[in-house]
Design a protein around this ligand. Structure first.
Ligand code: ATP
Length: 287
């Protein structure tokens, strides 16, 4: 095999609870993660040596700052017997710095793809541990589906898939720095009450999610302060027939879940704000 294409699906957060700031500087989190069909498409091609990253998005770094590059570097460190290198082309479809873990998704997809390309059997534990350092969401992106993530996001518990649901995903053109949102969160408030236990129990029992439970995102206030457009977008979505509307991760992406694909498509087709990225996607199970 000389080349291979892999998909790197984005994630949304159905719930995000910040439990506190740890001594190592990371926040202790409880999150419900869900993969969606919005995905980057990555081409991996063997080459004589070294790693090259190219992308359809010119603003993306192509050097070691790119998480896809870092994942490839780790792959070759884990498999020193390989004498070849790889060219990585990222067709970027996931908005950058938008709260959908685009960079982590690319890193996880490159790691999975390289094992396929070089026809090697992956040692999943080893891979997970070595990738956690490049981004807290990377271990989740290796798994996908509906997952309860804790610690700083790297402790994973697989949950029953919530089923195929249609969503409208809206991202304003404003880019948000995740560390800036957490910093403001720490400055803004004491920790709020969050009945995460009931949310988790609801998802474990395989019934339809009860959106009236405490599905929420603790980063909301901080993200809205940094990017007031989030509120405007939420106001528009709240006036549609959405079953549920939420901020994803540290934002600024907001999504709504609908009972039918038609409803979601109608909302997207008549979206009133000109410069937003708006798309209809569905939830997907593990890959
Ligand atoms: P998270 O929710 O995990 O914090 P995000 O979705 O908000 O992530 P990303 O799109 O992953 O944000 O990008 C965050 C930063 O990572 C950007 O500043 C970007 O330059 C850098 N980055 C490095 N590699 C990539 C990549 N392959 N795709 C996107 N961003 C990348």
């Amino acid at each position: 095999m000389r080349e291979i294409y892999v998909k790197a699906p984005a994630k949304i957060n159905l719930a995000l609870h910040v439990r506190g700031l740890r001594k190592d500087g990371f926040h202790e989190l409880q999150m419900i993660m869900q993969s969606i069909s919005l995905a980057d498409r990555i081409k991996l091609k063997k080459k004589s040596g070294g790693i090259i990253v190219k992308s359809s998005q010119t603003e993306l770094p192509t050097n070691k700052e790119n998480l896809a590059y870092q994942a490839a570097e780790i792959f070759f460190e884990l498999n020193p017997e390989l004498k070849q290198g790889v060219e990585i082309y990222i067709e970027k479809n996931i908005p950058i710095a938008a709260g959908m873990a685009g960079g982590s998704a690319d890193a996880a997809a490159v790691m999975r793809g390289l094992y396929l390309l070089f026809e090697l059997k992956p040692d999943l534990n080893k891979i997970r541990n070595s990738l956690a350092d490049i981004g807290s969401d990377v271990p989740y992106c290796l798994e996908g589906g509906t997952v309860y993530a804790s610690g700083r996001g790297e402790i994973l518990e697989k949950l029953p898939f919530i089923g195929e649901k249609y969503l409208v995903v809206v991202t304003p053109s404003f880019k948000i720095s995740t560390p800036a949102v957490y910093k403001l969160y720490d400055e803004l408030e004491g920790y709020e009450k969050f009945d995460f236990k009931s949310v988790l129990a609801n998802l474990k029992n395989k019934e339809e999610p009860d959106w009236n439970l405490d599905y929420k995102n603790d980063l909301k206030k901080a993200a809205e302060k940094i990017c007031p457009e989030i509120k405007e977008i939420k106001n528009i979505l709240n006036n549609t027939k959405a079953a549920f509307t939420m901020l994803s991760g540290s934002g600024p992406t907001v999504f709504s879940i609908y009972n039918s694909r038609e409803q979601a498509e109608k909302v997207a087709a008549s979206w009133p704000r000109k410069n937003d990225f708006v798309t209809v996607v569905k939830t997907i199970d593990s890959y």
